[in-house]
Design a protein around this ligand. Structure first.
Ligand SMILES: NC(=O)c1ccc[n+]([C@@H]2O[C@H](COP(=O)([O-])OP(=O)(O)OC[C@H]3O[C@@H](n4cnc5c(N)ncnc54)[C@H](OP(=O)(O)O)[C@@H]3O)[C@@H](O)[C@H]2O)c1
Length: 251
């Protein structure tokens, strides 16, 4: 049990964020749930384990600096400290040729996947540096797309590659303050986002093919492992993927 630990999960109202939030809360963390849709966050909170930590739902658009400031101010004010940020919220664009994407589609993906992760990290670092005991952990949710693209995924792929740079920079700049930063790169966890993969997803050779997915609880187990390490130890990168999905063999 980690009874005194305080966590914040973005994108906590669905998919990976919901499952990880519940796993952390079940392990004794008090968990702040962030995401834009209040009712989704409340559904996560309603599934809390009876003997676990507290849940605090704070509807937030993490692409907006003032909203992120208010989110972290509530965490500090109501829970007193922050031990873990899971920078999980993310979104893609429709799978169409990049020249057909609008500026708004590009900007919306950059706002959540990259700017949001940066803004949340900034606020987390401010709290973690100043608190006593000092330090904490930031886990960024990258992707297999942080390594290699799917067809028609330029905004998603570019922002997920950028997350790798953010992870390395946070790790380098903050390690002397007892702040660890690591990244989990997930491949095909069964969530709403990957539902279309069961029926068929565009491959590099132009064919539509179904892809295997894995149980999303495997992601929660991995995040719990990373989160549970002492602050002298960091998992910098971990790839957790459906074993037979097209990645390692270039197809
Ligand atoms: N599932 C996979 O196999 C897989 C693979 C690689 C990477 N990932 C990454 O894992 C993360 C979660 O994905 P998922 O599969 O769980 O998909 P999901 O269910 O669509 O989760 C995305 C979450 O992000 C939140 N979000 C989107 N824009 C936001 C914003 N501006 N401000 C705050 N929250 C925002 C959404 O909530 P609201 O709409 O309510 O804001 C939603 O809860 C993403 O970063 C994704 O790229 C997933």
């Amino acid at each position: 049990m980690n009874e005194s630990k305080i966590a914040l999960v973005t994108g906590a109202g669905s998919g990976i964020g919901r499952v990880v939030s519940l796993a952390l809360q079940g392990a004794g963390y008090s968990v702040t749930l962030a995401g834009r849709r209040a009712e989704q966050l409340e559904q996560t909170a309603a599934a809390a384990h009876p003997n676990g930590g507290k849940m605090l739902a704070v509807p937030t658009d993490i692409g907006k600096p003032e909203a992120v400031k208010a989110l972290f101010a509530r965490v500090k004010g109501e829970l007193g400290r922050l031990d873990l940020l899971f920078n999980n919220a993310g979104a893609g664009t429709p799978p169409i040729p990049m020249e057909d994407l609008t500026y708004e589609q590009w900007s919306a993906t950059v706002a959540v996947n990259l700017t949001g992760a940066f803004l949340c990290a900034q606020e987390a670092i401010r709290i973690m540096k100043a608190q006593n005991p000092r330090g904490g952990r930031i886990i960024n949710n990258g992707s297999i797309s942080a390594h290699t693209p799917r067809p028609h995924s330029a905004p998603y792929t570019a922002t997920k590659h950028a997350i790798t740079g953010l992870t390395k920079s946070i790790s380098l700049d903050c390690r002397q303050f007892d702040i660890c930063c690591g990244q989990i790169d997930i491949g095909n966890a069964a969530t709403e986002m990957t539902q279309r993969m069961a029926s068929g997803v565009l491959q590099a050779n132009g064919v539509l093919a179904p892809e295997p997915r894995m149980d999303v609880n495997n992601v929660a187990d991995a995040v719990l492992y990373m989160a549970g390490l002492p602050l002298a130890t960091n998992v910098l990168f971990m790839t957790v993927m459906a074993n037979t999905m097209p990645f390692v063999g270039r197809g």
